[in-house]
Design a protein around this ligand. Structure first.
Ligand SMILES: *[C@@H]1O[C@H](CO)[C@@H](O)[C@H](O)[C@H]1NC(C)=O
Ligand SMILES: *[C@@H]1O[C@H](CO)[C@@H](O)[C@H](O)[C@H]1NC(C)=O
Ligand SMILES: *[C@@H]1O[C@H](CO)[C@@H](O)[C@H](O)[C@H]1NC(C)=O
Ligand SMILES: *[C@@H]1O[C@H](CO)[C@@H](O)[C@H](O)[C@H]1NC(C)=O
Ligand SMILES: *[C@@H]1O[C@H](CO)[C@@H](O)[C@H](O)[C@H]1NC(C)=O
Ligand SMILES: *[C@@H]1O[C@H](CO)[C@@H](O)[C@H](O)[C@H]1NC(C)=O
Ligand SMILES: CC(=O)N[C@H]1CO[C@H](CO)[C@@H](O)[C@@H]1O
Length: 686
């Protein structure tokens, strides 16, 4: 165990039972308290004075990890200690100095945090006879000579975290406790297998995927060309569960709130990003990652979580899939069913209503300075499975939580949990942040012209561009499943209209601009024959079609702007400005082909591989705008094992890819890791 983690363990003060109610100010957790306890331990058991027949004393405590963990689905955790899921019985073995006899009395105590208190659930006393104990049930399952096998059942709402275990024997004048022994520490997790737990998930294949799978795929790119990014969640790797508990400690979340999954998930979404609380990850949407690691260079969550726990310093850098991947590890490690979803072409709506405003100058070029909203190519967030007993029935199941810093909620950067069913129905009154998530999947796109006095005139509204599809990994295999219908009724259906009306009643504005009928329209296509999508480093051919629905001829002065954009839709570099004009006869479509050779965009790429083209056109009376986001495909990596793979023998792999450029690449890094096998490694090739 690393020093930082053991440093955060709290030393506890053990006293006789009625002193446990001391006011908190009398407790402090420094070394002296522990020494005091040691003295107490020795004083009360003067060995020579034991009555004939012998007073009862504990000789050994075994948490029976081998026996318990398969039943709790926790054997994959790379931890010496026992990990159990709450609401389900586990066994422990206590060996005394002699067989138990009538009249013997003992109890098992579980303590968590620096100030264990029975009324808050952070000190739990388990008894095994008629004497009343705490809320966790205990029974003696088996007598084996001097040993007993105890069955203990934590409540289904128990605090989640790491408990210290003590066994206390009741002697005439007090209690004799075992010493602190870290090997008997007990991790208690949420339990998706337990019907009384707030994270209960009935379907076994779903539990195996959403709690136990330590590998996943996060979808990126754009709807036309979806790119799979493998992600190692690694929730069972050594140190990861401790790192996740460390995050809760660093957040100063009260121990007694940690059994409440809603509070815990909300705290987690705030702590995964570093914004205003020194959380795990620093977001950076620039092309300069020199002060950290590029968001694209991570292969999974493990290295990030361990680095954060070891150093206490936020890790640089992340973008949405990194926030979502690390958050997913945090949730699965603690036993909360969760998955990463990608919503393609999200609205990132900075003005807080349901409109995304794109602003253009008089000459038709995009007014980047005055456009505050952006359309994300995609955005990733997490869903967690919660029964939501705090809401009226009907809102159980998947809940949206978003760890990427966007808007502040309650003064902190965090979002959710918002019920997916409530979002679908437009019932935005239910906590938390449903309005914001709703805008992410339902925003209108409004095009404005800005004159030189700053007056905005809307000239086009698109209602179906924003919120196109929500994907998550299928239960079997790596292909995506489309879960869009969980979030939205089909566009234009009567249910969809009802949802929109309801959402407006809850305070979401929709755009009601009167847009004059426009006889002109423009669309852009980008293709590389014979492929449907364009490979990085290849020339692009743009087809711009102007369509005229009026009967008279139109002459259009047009402008094409080509930029590299971040997946957030924010422009990083403008690389092309092209003026042209076309004449479109009445009731015809004219196609203009505009070549974009690779050497035009390649020097501007940075770490981003999305090209954004905007065509604006103006005839005497009418304006038109078309947008195309082109996601360049990066080359695939091929991994091949060479030779035979044998247990406990070195294996060799060959990793290859084809350089898509006609020049040599330099300063190439390759990163890889394998859960349960190999931790994160990076190699440099000059
Ligand atoms: C479990 O869920 C999967 C997918 O969500 C579904 O295909 C399967 O039928 C479900 N199994 C049961 C027993 O309901
Ligand atoms: C992104 O990181 C670079 C250094 O790698 C830093 O100079 C820049 O300020 C960061 N940007 C933001 C917005 O934090
Ligand atoms: C998000 O999901 C909605 C749900 O259907 C979908 O319409 C939309 O295209 C997706 N993308 C964005 C950006 O909202
Ligand atoms: C543009 O026009 C050409 C021919 O006029 C047609 O083949 C193509 O499908 C059109 N593309 C769009 C996006 O309408
Ligand atoms: C990468 O592999 C996928 C799946 O096999 C394939 O669809 C895609 O076209 C490949 N991409 C490239 C650039 O070769
Ligand atoms: C790469 O190709 C471009 C045109 O496709 C050409 O202008 C350039 O000279 C080529 N560079 C090399 C190193 O061959
Ligand atoms: C060729 C073409 O698409 N022409 C369009 C011009 O306008 C007429 C009238 O609306 C449309 O029917 C045509 O499709």
């Amino acid at each position: 165990m690393n020093p930082k983690l053991s440093g955060s363990l709290r030393i506890l003060l053990i006293t006789i039972p009625d002193a446990l109610q001391l006011p908190t100010s009398n407790f402090n957790d420094d070394e002296d308290d522990f020494q005091e306890f040691e003295a107490f331990d020795n004083d009360l058991t003067p060995r020579g004075f034991a009555p004939a027949g012998g007073s009862l004393a504990v000789q050994n405590v075994d948490m029976l990890r081998q026996r318990n963990s398969p039943k709790h689905f926790t054997n994959e955790y790379d931890i010496e200690n026992l990990v159990v899921r709450r609401g389900q019985q586990f066994m422990m073995q206590v060996t005394f100095n002699r067989p138990l006899a009538d009249g013997d009395d003992f109890q098992v105590e579980f303590l968590i945090g620096s100030n264990p208190t029975a009324s808050k659930g952070s000190l739990v006393v388990v008894t095994f006879g008629d004497r009343k104990g705490g809320p966790w049930e205990g029974e003696i399952v088996e007598h084996q000579g001097e040993s007993v096998i105890l069955g203990i059942t934590p409540t289904a709402n128990a605090i989640v975290g790491k408990f210290r275990t003590y066994v206390a024997v009741v002697a005439g004048s007090g209690m004799q406790r075992t010493k602190r022994d870290t090997s008997t520490d007990l991790y208690v997790l949420f339990n998706a297998w337990c019907a009384e737990d707030a994270v209960f998930l009935a379907n076994e294949s779903e539990r195996r995927e959403y709690v136990l799978n330590d590998y996943g795929v996060i979808y990126q790119g754009s709807l036309g060309s979806v790119v799979n990014r493998d992600w190692i969640y690694g929730q069972f790797e050594r140190g990861v569960l401790d790192a996740c508990i460390h995050i809760l400690d660093a957040s100063r979340m009260p121990i007694y709130d940690r059994g409440n999954v809603i509070k815990l998930v909300r705290k987690g979404s705030a702590m995964i990003n570093a914004q205003d609380d020194s959380g795990v990850l620093v977001g950076n949407w620039s092309n300069d990652y020199s002060m950290g690691q590029s968001p694209t260079s991570w292969t999974g969550s493990v290295k990030i979580l361990l680095q954060y726990a070891n150093t206490g310093v936020s890790v640089s850098y992340a973008q949405c899939w990194v926030f979502a991947g690390v958050f997913n590890t945090f949730l699965r490690a603690l036993g909360v069913p969760s998955r990463v979803v990608t919503n393609f072409s999200s609205a990132h709506d900075n003005t807080g209503n349901l409109k995304t405003d794109l602003i253009f100058k008089e000459d038709g070029t995009p007014d980047e300075r005055n456009t505050r909203d952006s359309i994300w190519n995609y955005h990733c967030w997490n869903e967690v499975w919660i029964t939501r007993q705090d809401l009226p029935s009907g809102f159980e199941g998947w809940q949206v939580v978003d760890a990427t810093p966007q808007e502040t909620s309650d003064g902190h950067f965090r979002c959710g949990p918002a019920s997916v069913k409530a979002i679908k129905e437009g019932l935005l009154c239910h906590p938390y942040d449903a309005g914001f998530v709703f805008a992410e999947v339902n925003s209108d796109l409004v095009f404005h012209k800005r004159d030189r006095f700053g007056t905005l005139t809307p000239y086009r509204v698109e209602t179906d561009l924003i919120g196109l599809a929500v994907y998550t990994k299928a239960l079997n295999g790596n292909s995506p499943v489309d879960v869009t219908l969980n979030y939205k009724y089909p566009e234009g259906s009567t249910e969809d209209t009802a949802t929109m009306t309801r959402a407006e009643e809850y305070g979401c504005e929709r755009d009601h601009s009167e847009i004059p009928d426009n006889p002109l329209s423009v669309s852009i296509h980008a293709e590389q024959v014979p492929h449907l999508s364009v490979l990085l480093g290849q020339d692009v051919s743009l087809q711009v079609n102007f369509t005229n629905r009026s009967i008279s001829e139109k002459t259009i002065k047009a402008h094409l702007a080509g930029s590299i954009v971040f997946y957030t839709g924010v422009t990083s570099n403008r690389f092309k400005n092209h003026e042209f004009s076309v004449t479109v006869p009445g009731t015809e479509t004219i196609t203009q082909v505009i070549p974009v050779p690779s050497q035009e965009y390649t020097p501007h790429l940075g770490s981003q591989v999305s090209l954004n083209f905007i065509v604006t056109g103006k005839s005497e009376e009418d304006s038109v705008t078309g947008i195309k986001v082109l996601n360049l495909l990066t080359p695939n990596l091929t991994v091949q094992l060479s030779g035979r793979s044998r247990v406990r023998h070195m294996m060799y792999m060959t990793v290859s890819f084809t350089n898509p450029f006609n020049f040599s690449l330099g300063n190439v890094y390759m990163a890889m890791e394998g859960p349960g096998m190999m931790s994160y490694r990076r190699r440099y090739y000059k």
